[in-house]
Design a protein around this ligand. Structure first.
Ligand code: FAD
Ligand code: NAP
Length: 533
């Protein structure tokens, strides 16, 4: 196993990123007695919750679940104020975690990792940042599935005279839209959360929609103290129960097909879920992502809701999605559809008349020109692979990850990739990641990686690498599972379809509870599918 660090810039492990994943990884590795350095490009810790400060940003998995469980004391002590915490509250929580576990002394902020090269001689990684170089036996990418922002290359984008903002890089001091004509491009989760609040401030808001999205009301509210007491009385039991459910969240499971019950029963179930609010709508029946006819019943229910909320039937129709519900990530909102009843909000359909140019004073679509004072890009992320591939990662024989993944990401369990020894990915492509409650998924990966490193040490091993055969089989399995679902049927970021030129491969793995069993089994069999050296 790795000898003790030789120089101040030689570590047992380097971790890239200081969000939920990087912070917990640091904590676990320190617990093993390893020397660790975390590099974070941002000027603060928190990852997603550091960068996404747009109005209305909050989680869409309930806070009692969207939080760490590794420390029973932490989960007992921390008091969430709302069902879905806001971005400032989640960031405060992560700041608290960093302080409580004394993490900051090993984190270098405002430090971007530019490259990571495997060194065949030392069997470790040479990591170069914009502030210097380090070496480490293990390199762990906690770079985030949704951290590399996507801004479409609209012609003229640099000529816009007013301020522009991306939801994923929001100014810390906030933005005052009072009296302004604002354009929001995009109608994904970030747009759907921010539009109602921007509309309350702006003189006029133009929403440029390419694809409408399904959104379920959050029914957010202060947390009920009785519910908190109930959960805290047996937090471990609550977590254990959720870990056995689809997506690793507490959504009530219904074992019936939507087509097994009559229309009245379906309507009753959908209405109950709608009133309950949140992503649990998607587990109304067990086949919504498997069967188009079943899916249509849920989609039709939401379209009817949109028509019942939005007064202008033409606007309601434009807001009504036609793709499979859940194919793009379902959104959770507060007053999204009702916002289009406001006189100062205009919905602009750019599906058949795309944005052609940004002008100094606004933007021009194929149909009309809009005068704007500020522009908000709610245009999402180069998801799952963007942050990884923007680092020059080279494995054995100098092979670049960019080359290896030219046709789409290839991993074993989303944790490692053949040809890149001692490189771990947290919630990498090929793992449940974004198709699950991400905090438990992050913890599961971090624990697996930490246990793996502890095992290597105990066995006197220095090196672990996914075998090409295990990787091929896993990639085939991930694709096979995706192929049995309706997920590949629309242009989602799960498929890379939002970034021009990105290979179209379904990147996450659907199957949260069985996946964990598989990872445990692999470990129990001495890391089956990995070559140890
Ligand atoms: P991140 O939080 O993305 O952190 C990665 C960090 O790595 C970033 O700070 C980044 O700056 C840093 N980094 C990347 N590349 C480099 C580099 N080369 N050098 C140095 N640093 C680098 N998931 C849910 O399950 N439920 C939710 O409710 C939910 N809400 C979300 C809301 C928003 C607005 C967004 C964008 C995502 C949401 N997600 C949600 C997904 C969310 O990203 C994860 O839940 C989780 O926060 C990811 O944590 P992470 O540590 O893996 O990655
Ligand atoms: P997103 O879902 O990818 O949405 C981006 C939007 O921009 C889409 O409406 C997209 O339209 C549009 N767009 C992109 N390029 C465009 C172009 N050239 N012209 C016109 N429109 C364009 O991104 P996001 O809203 O930031 O959300 C990403 C993910 O982060 C979510 O799915 C979710 O997992 C997470 N998130 C969660 C929450 C939460 O509620 N907790 C909030 C925000 C984000 P098309 O659909 O046509 O591509």
């Amino acid at each position: 196993m790795a000898q003790k660090a030789q120089s101040p810039r030689d570590f047992d492990a380097v971790v890239v990123g200081a969000g939920f994943a990087g912070l917990y990884m640091l904590h676990r590795l320190r617990g093993l007695g390893l020397s660790v350095r975390v590099f974070e490009a941002g000027s603060g810790i928190g990852g997603t919750w550091f960068w996404n400060r747009y109005p209305g940003a909050r989680c869409d998995i309930e806070s009692l679940e969207y939080s760490y469980q590794f420390s029973p004391e932490l989960q007992q002590d921390w008091e969430w104020s709302e069902r879905y915490a806001t971005q400032p509250e989640i960031l405060r929580y992560l700041e608290h975690v960093a302080d409580r576990f004394d993490l900051r002394r090993d984190i270098e902020l405002e430090t971007r990792v530019r490259s990571a090269h495997f060194d065949e001689v030392t069997g470790g990684w040479a990591v170069e940042t914009d502030r210097g170089s380090v070496s480490a036996r293990f390199c762990i990418m906690a770079t985030g599935c949704l951290s590399s922002t996507n801004t479409p290359a609209f012609p003229g984008i640099d000529r816009f005279a007013g301020p522009t903002y991306h939801t994923g890089r929001w100014p810390h001091e906030g933005v005052d839209f009072s009296g302004k004509r604002v354009g929001v491009i995009g109608t994904g989760s970030s747009a759907i959360q921010s539009i109602p609040l921007i509309a309350e401030q702006a003189a006029h808001l133009f929403v440029f929609q390419r694809t409408p999205n399904y959104s379920i009301p959050a029914h957010n509210a202060p947390l009920d103290p009785a519910q908190v007491r109930r959960v805290k009385a047996d937090y471990a039991g609550f977590r254990a129960q959720n870990s056995q459910r689809p997506f690793g969240a507490s959504f009530p499971v219904n074992e019936h097909s939507a087509l097994q019950v009559d229309a009245a029963e379906r309507a009753r179930e959908y209405e109950a879920r709608w009133q309950q609010g949140g992503l649990g709508f998607f587990t109304s029946f067990n086949d919504l992502i498997l069967d188009r006819a079943a899916n249509d019943t849920a989609a039709e229910f939401v379209r009817a809701k949109i028509h019942s909320i939005v007064r202008d039937p033409a606007v309601a129709e434009t807001l009504s999605p036609r793709q499979v519900i859940g194919c793009k990530r379902l959104c959770v909102d507060t007053n999204y559809y009702a916002t289009f009843n406001r006189p100062n909000v205009t919905l602009v359909d750019v599906s058949d008349a795309p944005i052609e140019e940004i002008l100094p004073t606004g933007l021009r679509t194929a149909r009309a020109t809009y005068e704007l004072d500020c522009l908000v890009f709610a245009t999402g992320f180069d998801a799952m692979t963007g942050a990884l591939l923007s680092i020059d990662i080279r494995g054995k024989a100098g092979q670049t990850l960019l080359d290896k993944w030219a046709e789409g990401p290839r991993t074993y369990l989303g944790l490692g990739t053949a040809g890149f020894p001692n490189l771990f990915l947290i919630t990498g492509p090929g793992s449940p990641s974004v198709l699950s409650n991400m905090v438990p998924s992050i913890e599961q990966h971090v624990d697996w990686i930490a246990d793996c490193i502890a095992y290597l040490r105990a066995q006197g091993r220095e090196r672990i690498e996914a075998t090409p055969a295990a990787e091929d089989a896993w990639v085939a399995h991930v694709n096979e599972v995706a192929g049995m679902t309706l997920y590949p049927s629309c242009n989602s970021w799960y498929l890379g379809a939002n970034v021009p030129g990105k290979p179209r491969v379904f990147m996450p793995y659907l199957g949260f509870p069985p996946y964990v069993e598989k990872c445990n089994e692999v470990a129990a069999k001495g890391y089956e599918g990995f070559a140890l050296g």
